[in-house]
Design a binder for this molecule. Sequence first.
Ligand code: UDP
Length: 232
Amino acid sequence: LGTDSVLRAARETRPDSLVLFSSSEVYGRTEGGAVSEEAVTVIGPTTVPRWSYAAGKAVGEYLALAEHRRHELPVTIVRCFNTCGPRQIDAYGMVLPAFLQQAISGRPLTVYGDGRQTRCFSYVGDVVRGVLALSRATSARGEVFNIGCDEEISILDLARRVRDLCGSRSEIRMVPYRQAYGDGFEEVPRRVPDLAKIRRWIDYRPEVGTTRLLEITRDWVRERQALDPSIP
Ligand code: UDP
């Protein structure tokens, strides 16, 4: 509904450019290698709440692309893959801020499942730079782009790296999915973006790799806690 409202407003106001933030979640049950924008998506059953987000984002994409075709709306769609960095909060259970806060405060790092699931974490500054470049590229209108970093890491390795980088002695605790998310949760075992298209369009190259991202974000979490020790 939010996307629909923005698209309707844009029909009136005719912006020079509009970027729709979609998500890698639209790929659904990805397991193979890197996914490209044209990949067939497999979204799970409607009884699993996770997929409502994927379906919602996909509908937003359909609406925006229809608006582009019918009314020449200058819209570009980006599918973000685990964007992280300073000022990301763990209120929605996002893994990196959660691990950093746990490591810094000496609490156990909670790895869900067996920790072999993988993700690619990208630095928010790289993503913003890419989005701005895409929003200026007229050839990118009506197109969909993966945006992120393609350095893959398992969640268990992420926990170890965070703990080491923080000089922490926290234990790493394996938590069953059922305990973390309740019944009926479905994990995405592997999620890696194919970045060929965005490289072709705007020569996109993330500058901050996983280690640097962890350092930058660790420093921010520490600074924030130093300013206000009541923050968990
Ligand atoms: N995760 C974890 N411990 C946490 C929070 C998340 O092991 O405290 C795992 C989660 O199960 C998933 C991965 O980390 O496999 C990334 O989770 P997040 O919610 O950050 O992003 P998404 O699942 O949307 O990729």
